[in-house]
Design a protein around this ligand. Structure first.
Ligand code: HPA
Length: 275
């Protein structure tokens, strides 16, 4: 990690504050593949392209727009990332997670994360939503390197990576909106390959319900700073029962995420309105 990392964070924070003011956002939101539409529902919004923000990486992944957006959602002041950075794009973990540190410095009280994921649990179907209740990290840990004491301890606790109160509230909200939710374990690999059938079977055996290529680095960095996290996976493909001509395809994943986005948007917005 760069010696100047904290300065890089501060430069991005100052730039963003020069555009949105010093008011603290209640929630930071990271929108995954095909899930960026929620950002269009933010009212009175200020849109800052990543290209303008000092030290931000650029979005190269399919279905990721590349805007940092501030405004009101569910009546609360929020900031959102319309598109995230992935390790498989070639970015270091410090670049992948820099926006989370920036959001922390902006003063968020909660982090909401979303992603498109493969359904490893055989009861999951394309278009289902899964609340992330725990994760398995098979990526490099983003906190490797000199500890940033200002942000949190050397050895952060990971007993409760996802906030139990937010999960309970989400289940109540989903019931009132008639949205069916699963709860499960998200496993993060580096990608960019999708898994082999044997890898999907292995992940099921070790306790994963869904698998993807993101989210966990951001969650670890948020938890380093004790920020409560709420996460949802949108199941975009079923990682079992492969027919002879089935192939995983990035465009299909984005399409499936787009189709389920409405449910996730309703869940996020109502949940945020109750914070
Ligand atoms: N594997 C990894 N990442 C994914 C998948 C998958 O099956 N689906 C969407 N993102």
């Amino acid at each position: 990690m760069d010696l100047n990392y904290t300065d890089k964070i501060e430069a991005a924070v100052s730039f963003i504050q020069s555009k949105i003011g010093n008011k603290k956002p209640l929630v930071g939101i990271v929108l995954g593949s095909g899930l960026g539409e929620l950002a269009e529902k933010i009212e009175n919004r200020v849109v800052i392209p990543y290209t303008e923000i000092p030290n931000f990486a650029q979005s190269t992944a399919v279905g990721h727009k590349g805007n940092f957006i501030a405004g009101e959602l569910g009546g609360k002041f929020v900031v959102a990332m319309q598109g995230r950075f992935h390790y498989y794009e070639g970015y270091g973990m410090d670049q992948v997670t820099l926006p989370i540190r920036v959001m922390r410095e902006l003063g968020i009280s909660y982090l909401f994360v979303s992603n498109a994921a493969g359904g490893v649990n055989m009861s999951f179907r394309v278009g289902d939503l899964m609340i992330i209740k725990d994760h398995i990290n098979l990526m490099p840990n983003p906190l490797i390197g000199k500890n940033l004491d200002k942000f949190g301890p050397r050895f952060p606790d990971m007993t409760r990576p996802y906030d139990l109160n937010l999960i309970k509230l989400a289940n109540d909200v989903a019931a009132s909106l008639n949205i069916k939710l699963h709860e499960g374990v998200y496993l993060a690999g580096t990608g960019p390959t999708y898994e082999t059938p044997a890898e999907y079977a292995f992940f099921r055996t070790i306790g994963a319900d869904a698998v993807g290529m993101s989210t966990v680095p951001e969650v670890i960095v948020a938890r380093h700073s004790s920020i409560p996290v709420f996460g949802v996976s949108v199941i975009t493909n079923e990682a079992f029962g492969f027919t002879e001509d089935f192939e995983n395809d990035g465009d299909d994943v984005v399409k499936a995420a787009n189709m389920a986005a409405q449910k996730m948007n309703d869940l996020f917005i109502t949940l945020i309105s109750k914070l």
